[in-house]
Design a protein around this ligand. Structure first.
Ligand SMILES: Cc1ncc(COP(=O)(O)O)c(C=O)c1O
Length: 413
């Protein structure tokens, strides 16, 4: 295995994740290759949530009592950690429910009219596609998209024609959840800004897996979810440039986001509170803060290097299996650790079921990226995704499991 160098102390990391110690079907140890859907959680994150409830449970930004004050500190402390993690100011970090809600926040508060264009890509997760379709339906704006090459890269040949003075916003993934492709977001952002368009990056699959700095990327908005980066469900992040957030109307309204309320009407707090109505998810924020601490202690460059090593191994191992076609780039250049593939003669659901019998958890289907699958000429695929706790032995187990599925279904090998 020396050809695939180690960048993290994976055995020590695995000891922090209780779920990884369990056995699953047929008494097999769990081999969790579905972190692209949701990651497992380390004890540090579980402890942060538990300790909040045990000691500090009060409503942030509401109580005048000590617990309310402590809850506010926990919540705002988590915001500061998240902001530092992506190179933003705390005031530019809005807590949402998840990446999906973060993108909807922008899509529903944005003004557009007939003649305006929204540019997306064929590579997007439905979360960064359907809200823009809806915006265009509501406003009469036009939806345009960049296509993908057969290799699963963005086709940027006609970027110049696609981004024009009519483009209002470009929404693009920062790492595909299917092919792992990492599009040149900084380059796209420069082109968009040259034409006065805004840029939103869907970072649901990048912030958990690679160093991300919003200033270096040059994006105006960035969205991601806590549960894919070792944190809890129910909390996500919208980064928005301060001046843009300041100019945006509220999305959801109610308590905690108002300045003055009269029967005739209300005024609203400055960002980020303007976009955080209701009692906030403080325990979830505490968990997300602990997840950020955990990833920062590992170092995001080491996390990315570890995943690159696993991905290189997986691409090698899968290439050696006759009848397996990898979707997307077949080298790790500008590519993260999502490896989707089809097995000739075996339906992805059957591949997934056989792997599950062996204890290998993968995802099957279109992975909320139906247009991308169509563009790549497949209905569905099987997808393995890697994270800090995965090992090279697990990559081998995946390859062995695929071979076993081929034998089981009498497929060509
Ligand atoms: C690239 C990408 N964008 C957005 C999302 C949506 O994330 P969530 O369901 O946590 O809102 C996902 C989740 O799979 C994703 O992979």
């Amino acid at each position: 295995m020396n050809e695939f160098p180690e960048h993290l102390d994976v055995e020590a990391i695995r000891a922090d994740f209780p779920a990884l110690a369990r056995t699953v079907r047929n008494g097999n140890p769990l081999i969790y290759l579905d972190s692209g859907a949701t990651s497992q959680k380390p004890v540090q994150v579980l402890d942060a949530e538990r300790s909040f409830y045990e000691r500090h449970n009060g409503a942030a930004h509401r109580g005048t009592h000590l617990l309310g004050e402590e809850a506010t500190d926990v919540y705002e402390g988590a915001r500061a950690k998240v902001a530092a993690f992506i190179g933003a100011d705390a005031g530019e970090v809005v807590f949402t429910k998840n990446a999906t809600e973060a993108i909807n926040l922008v899509a529903y508060t944005m003004q557009a009219s007939p003649g305006d264009e929204i540019l997306i890509t064929e590579m997007e997760h439905h979360a960064n596609l359907v809200p823009w379709q809806q915006l265009c339906q509501r406003t009469g704006a036009t939806l345009r998209w960049l296509s993908v090459t057969p290799e699963g890269r963005l086709d940027l040949d006609d970027l110049d024609q696609m981004i024009t003075g009519r483009t209002k916003l470009v929404a693009v993934t920062h790492q595909s959840n299917v092919t792992g492709t990492i599009p040149p977001v900084a380059e796209i952002a420069r082109a968009a800004h040259d034409h006065g368009a805004l840029v939103l990056a869907d970072a649901a699959q990048s912030v958990p897996h690679q160093p991300v700095d919003v200033a270096a990327l040059g994006v105006d908005f960035l969205a991601f979810s806590g549960h894919k980066m070792l944190g809890p469900y129910g909390i996500g992040v919208l980064f928005g440039r301060a001046d843009l957030l300041e100019a945006m109307p509220p999305f959801l309204t109610g308590g905690s986001m108002i300045e003055v309320v009269r029967m005739e009407g209300s005024t609203f707090l400055p960002p980020p509170q303007r976009f955080e109505p209701g009692v906030p998810a403080v325990a979830e924020a505490a968990g997300l803060g602990a997840a950020v601490d955990y990833l920062s202690a590992l170092g995001m460059s080491a996390v990315a290097a570890h995943e690159e090593s696993l991905t290189a191994h997986a691409l090698d191992a899968l290439r050696e299996i006759n009848g397996v076609r990898i979707l997307g780039p077949d080298t790790t250049k500008d590519r993260g650790g999502a490896v989707a593939f089809e097995v000739e003669g075996v339906h992805p659901h059957d591949v997934g079921q056989v792997l599950d019998e062996l204890g290998v958890a993968v995802r099957t289907g279109h992975h909320c990226a139906w247009p991308l699958h169509r563009a790549l000429g497949v209905q569905a695929s099987t997808r393995a995704t890697f994270y800090v706790y995965n090992t090279h032995a697990e990559v081998e187990a995946l390859a062995d499991g695929i071979r076993y599925a081929q034998r089981f279904f009498g497929a060509r090998q």
